[in-house]
Ligand binder design. Structure first.
Ligand code: FA5
Length: 335
């Protein structure tokens, strides 16, 4: 009998002290729960002499009633407090300015590609696309590579099987066009190319190329020079100069590589852009094009070279790493 008031006041103190609903529920289970201390008192009743039981039961019940009453009123209070606090935390300040939308930027290679397309279309060339997953015969055989020619070693790539590979050069488009069409032709493409390279600052396993060719009557190196000059001036400005040097590619004869120089970039030093030449007569004959009547030029170049020159970026791997801190620098048209 004597222990009841002690337990009751401990229970009331615990309920009064609870600062959260969770703490209050904890106190409730400590005293009123199935194994709670007040519930436990009831269980002790059986051990008392019969005549003491009614008084003991009544005392426990009235203690329990007071504790339950406090519990319920505290529960109501704490629920209100917690709801208010949550609402306060979720209050929306409708007067705050909106969050700015972060506008994306066009990828620097896409900016460059679009400019190239505008310029070459403006010079009268028609845009065509070829597949990135290409057949060996278009990538090499159709381009006059003799079987096992060492020139193929410069362009090792990723093979799917003996017939299919990831194209090493956009020049692979030529055979696909010649198969279906006859001159006059003025066609260009821009796309992704792949090589099994020892990757470094100027060589990646995945890069982009432009490839362009023209076949018509009496096409000569002078047309190639004129076209590349016009292309270079449109891309890099009026002061640009183009230099040709002899080079070898199985699909051109004669073959050249070409470089550009402009006082604005790299202090006027020559920077190599790509390869070019007159389309090899073997190729024209293979596709039934009359070499007495027609001749053609072709040129190719690396797209990455252009923004490298225009911006001073000295590692082309950055273009494909998709680091927004790098890409966001190219917010405006570069060229
Ligand atoms: C070719 O791919 C020839 N198809 C170009 C051509 C077309 C010649 C038409 C004649 C007629 P080359 O392997 O040199 O040539 O590559 C051309 C350009 O692609 C290079 O000048 C360079 O700018 C770029 N390039 C080549 N390999 C890589 C690479 N691993 N990473 C980045 N750019 C590359």
């Amino acid at each position: 009998m004597e222990i009841i008031p002690g337990i009751e006041s401990a229970a009331l103190a615990a309920m009064g002290a609870a600062k959260t609903v969770a703490e209050l529920r904890q106190a409730e289970s400590q005293f009123l729960g199935k194994n709670g201390e007040i519930t436990g008192l009831m269980k002790q009743m059986g051990a008392l002499p019969k005549e003491d039981r009614p008084a003991f039961g009544a005392a426990v019940n009235s203690a329990k009633a007071r504790v339950t009453e406090l519990y319920e009123s505290r529960l109501a209070e704490l629920n209100v407090e917690e709801t208010n606090a949550r609402l306060e935390g979720e209050r929306i300040d409708v007067t705050l300015p909106g969050r700015p939308l972060r506008a994306g930027t066009m990828h620097v290679l896409e900016q460059t590609t679009r400019k190239i397309k505008r310029v070459l279309a403006g010079l009268g060339f028609e845009y065509q696309e070829g597949p990135e997953l290409e057949e060996f015969r278009y990538n090499f055989d159709a381009l006059n590579y003799p079987p096992d020619h060492p020139a193929m070693d410069d362009q090792d790539t990723f093979y799917i099987n003996d017939e299919w590979l990831l194209r090493t050069q956009c020049t692979a488009l030529q055979g696909r066009i010649f198969e279906n069409r006859q001159p006059p032709l003025r066609v260009f493409t821009v796309g992704r190319t792949f090589r099994n390279e020892a990757v470094d600052r100027t060589h990646n396993h995945t890069f982009h190329q432009v490839d362009c060719f023209m076949i018509d009557e009496n096409v000569s190196l002078a047309h190639l020079k004129g076209t590349l000059g016009a292309f270079a001036r449109a891309m890099f400005g009026e002061e640009v100069k183009v230099r040709f040097r002899p080079d070898f590619f199985p699909f051109v004869e004669p073959g050249v590589d070409y470089a550009i120089s402009t006082p604005k970039l790299f202090g006027g030093r020559w920077v190599e852009l790509g390869g070019a030449g007159l389309i090899h007569p073997n190729i024209l004959e293979r596709y039934g094009i009359d070499t007495q009547r027609y001749s053609g030029f072709a040129f190719g170049l690396g797209v990455e070279r252009i923004p490298m020159m225009a911006t001073g970026v000295d590692d082309l791997r950055l273009f494909l790493e998709n680091d927004a801190r790098f890409l966001n620098q190219f917010r405006r048209e570069l060229l």
